[in-house]
Each structure stands twice: as C-alpha cells, then as structure tokens.
Design a protein around this ligand. Structure first.
Ligand SMILES: C[S@@+](CC[C@H](N)C(=O)[O-])C[C@H]1O[C@@H](n2cnc3c(N)ncnc32)[C@H](O)[C@@H]1O
Length: 277
C-alpha cells in the first residue's frame, strides 16, 4: 500500500487512548515478564513501529533495550525517533530479513500490520530475525466481531440505488480484500504452526466500539488509520480519498456499533519434531 496513505495516518495517529493504548499497556506488562528472564542488553525490532509508543512502554519497564523500528512511513519513523532512542529503518516488513541482521533479536514485534503484510511472509521474516529463545509478539484484529460492519457496508453502500455509494462500497470491498487480517485465531494458529512456530501465550481483547456520529467514524477509520487501506485508491490523491471517506461516513446511520476482537500472541520457534534431522 502507498507510503503516502501511512504518512497521512501519522498526522492523526492516536496511541494515547483507546485500542492502541490498551494494547500497549497489556502487551508490555506480559512481554516484559518474559523478557526479564533473559540477560544482557535485549535487542528488540518493531516491524511497523508506528509512533514508537509500544517500544516506549516496554522501555518504561526499565528493561535494557536496544531498539530498532522499521516502517514504510517516514512520517511514522519521525514520530518514533522523537519519542525514543532507536535505530530507524525505512523498509517494508516484507523485506525485513534483507535490512536487519538474522537471528539477532530477543523480541520481534509485529502489531496491527497484517492489514498490509501477507501473513506467511510476515511469519517467515520474523522467524528469521529471532535469536535462539527469542519471542515474536504478534498482535492483530481478526474478522470475528466484524459482522455489523460487513452488514453496514452492504446496507448503506453495496445495495444502494445511488451509484456513488455503490462505488464507495466496492472500494471498501477492494480494501478489505487486500487486507491479510486473519479470519480467526484458529486459522492464524494453523499458519503459525506451518511456519515452524508455536503460540506460547494468547490473550484476547474485545473492544466494543460505538460511533455516535459520522465524525467519530471518520476519526476512527481514516484519521486513526483503522481503514487506512481505503486511502490507497489507485490514481486517487490521498486528500481526495479522505474527502470521499468523509462523505461516505455521513451516509450511514448512527449510533453504529461493532466489536474489535484483538489477538495478542507471544510466539516462539517450535522444537524440531523427534526423529527429525
Ligand atoms: C496500525 S499502525 C500500527 C503501529 C504500531 N505497530 C502500533 O501497534 O501502534 C500500522 C503501521 O504499519 C506501518 N506499515 C504499513 N505497511 C507496512 C509494511 N508493509 N511494512 C512495514 N510497516 C508497514 C504503517 O506505516 C504504520 O506505522
């Protein structure tokens, strides 16, 4: 997806409250316990580092971290560098192994980037970065709980008699089809195993979200980036896509509620099967 879309999201990214803040607090507390068991400086790479708030939360635990943040968005990397001392790497997570040292990281973080990065590729890249005994912290939404959203898309847009609304509906469908967010924990776990990895810890967070009006829907989807794929319409400048999204959010009826189901996983490399070479 276009770097410009992520740069635009950086301007309104909200890690101070809501889903990101809650997730950062929970993950840091649990991952911190695991990292405390390791000795010496701890190398941590955050793939899709965003504004660096997650690494800042981990660093606040007093762990001796040596931090690397990778992102496709220079604007996000700038926010992260202003927040914490870290090495920034401007690259897609799909190429992490080319730009970061192999088997070098005590922890690799990949939080909320499966909308943009193929799951199998991400798991392979992360696995190659992990030092022996290292942990991958993978956080993602799943499609569970998204029912009302898909019904709303159908009712307000795809079934509309207005051709502009139907066109917006198709853009949303395209954005959803481009996303690699898994259907469920079960489907993701099967892919984790296929990549030679194993889930060490699973916590599930359910966030009930209600938009009271169109402004709240726009803020969540576009400014905070939960529907960032929508901004990457081919040939459409980001500002025009934002204007279309602003108009589109006014076409639904409010209040509008749905549940974000968020899986917070700690993943390790699986032990070789007995009898394997
Ligand atoms: C929803 S934000 C999550 C940021 C952070 N991980 C967090 O949990 O707050 C997604 C981040 O992934 C970055 N991103 C999108 N596509 C990417 C890719 N292919 N490789 C690396 N980063 C990517 C975006 O620029 C953005 O910073």
């Amino acid at each position: 997806m276009s770097q410009r879309a992520h740069d635009a999201v950086a301007a309104g990214y909200n890690s101070g409250s809501g889903i990101i803040a809650d997730k950062n607090r929970e993950v840091a507390a649990k991952l911190g316990e695991r990292l405390r068991l390791r000795t010496g400086p701890l190398a941590v790479a955050d793939l899709g580092v965003g504004d660096g708030a997650m690494l800042a939360q981990l660093a606040a635990l007093g762990l001796p971290l040596v931090m690397t943040g990778l992102d496709v968005s220079p604007a996000m990397l700038k926010l992260a560098a202003a927040r914490i001392p870290l090495k920034t790497v401007h690259a897609p997570a799909q190429r992490a192994r080319e730009v970061l040292p192999a088997a070098a990281f005590d922890a690799v973080l990949a939080h909320f980037i499966l909308a943009y990065v193929d799951r199998r590729t991400l798991l392979e890249q992360a696995r190659g970065l992990l030092a022996p005994g290292g942990v991958l912290s993978l956080v993602t939404t799943t499609e569970e709980g998204g029912g009302p959203f898909f019904e709303g898309l159908d009712r307000f847009f795809l079934q509309s008699r207005n051709p502009l609304k139907r066109a917006i509906g198709r853009v949303c469908q395209r954005a959803i089809a481009q996303s690699h967010v898994p259907e469920s924990f079960a489907s993701l776990e099967a892919e984790i195993h296929a990549a030679g990895l194993v889930v060490l810890r699973r916590d599930t967070m359910r966030q009930h979200i209600t938009f009271d009006d169109a402004a709240a829907a726009y803020r969540f989807g576009i400014e905070e980036g939960w529907a960032a794929n929508f901004l990457a319409m081919p040939g459409v400048p980001v500002r025009a896509a934002q204007a279309i999204a602003r108009w589109g959010t006014r076409q639904a009826t409010y209040p509008f509620s749905f549940t974000h189901v968020i899986e917070m996983l700690e993943i390790g490399v699986a032990a070789p099967a007995e009898g394997a070479d």
